[in-house]
Design a protein around this ligand. Structure first.
Ligand code: DX5
Ligand code: ZN
Length: 230
């Protein structure tokens, strides 16, 4: 069953000299979640921000959930600091953890929702034994590390496959899992992405690069919802 549409602006494309204002502004403009891209110059070739920045921004996000995307290796050492900093959901890349099941348990122990992130070349087979431990599956439509990259078209077929797996699991278990897409989401491709099965959409440059963020978030949501099956 498809969940309600969530638009999650990535603050990787915000103005770092005024992050608090940008976070508050984007939430006032209709963002459901705030997507927080953590990069370590090890798992990905870039460096962004850590738990102290997350904690400082948490009050500016008001009711919006902090959707923390860890692009770090190893993972476990950062789970507790981000949970304490106010993360609502923590996602990570399975290649970056030696013990994926243990990392997922650690995230839940900290009271956060769990997410597993798939790079463009990472097979969905990682889901075979983990569905019970997941609240969200996230497919990267770009290789992680940078905002503003182009959407990799083959992600659409992969989203459809992930949707099938989630639907089958939900029917058996009665639990729901969100399907998030990250990278290259714009107002002109979000309809196709939603039609392929995503319900949760990260948008960095599309939102923060726009002159009218409220209008852009509304346009993203409207296009995503219009393309969904009744
Ligand atoms: C990439 C990040 C994405 C990225 C999205 O490593 O995980 O969240 O910032 O930015 P856009 O929407 O500009 O592709
Ligand atoms: Zn991200």
């Amino acid at each position: 069953m498809r969940q309600s549409t969530v638009i999650a602006p990535s603050i990787l494309s915000a103005n770092f000299a005024r992050l608090g204002d940008d976070v508050a502004g984007v939430v006032e403009s209709g963002a459901d979640w705030v997507h927080f891209d953590v990069m370590d110059n090890h798992y990905v070739p870039n460096l962004s921000f850590g738990p102290m920045i997350c904690e400082a921004l948490r009050p500016f996000a008001a009711h919006a959930m902090m959707d923390v995307h860890l692009m770090v290796e190893p993972v476990d050492a950062l789970v507790v600091p981000f949970a304490k900093a106010g993360a609502g959901l923590i996602s990570f890349h399975p290649e970056a953890s030696h013990h994926v099941d243990r990392t997922l348990a650690l995230i839940r122990e900290q009271g956060c929702k769990t997410g597993l992130v798939f790079n463009p070349a990472t097979p969905l087979a990682w889901l075979d034994h983990l569905m019970d431990k997941l609240d969200l599956v996230m497919l990267m439509a770009v290789n992680p590390g940078f905002g503003g990259q182009g959407f990799i078209a083959s992600t659409l077929d992969k989203l459809a496959e992930a949707r099938r797996r989630i639907d089958a699991y939900e029917q058996l278990s009665g639990r729901t899992i969100r399907l998030e897409v990250d990278g290259g989401v714009k107002t002109d491709n979000i309809a196709a992405i939603a039609a392929a099965g995503a319900d949760t959409f990260v948008a960095g440059s599309a939102v923060f690069g726009s002159q009218d963020r409220r209008a852009t978030i509304a346009a993203l949501r409207a296009a995503a919802e219009a393309s969904r099956e009744p």
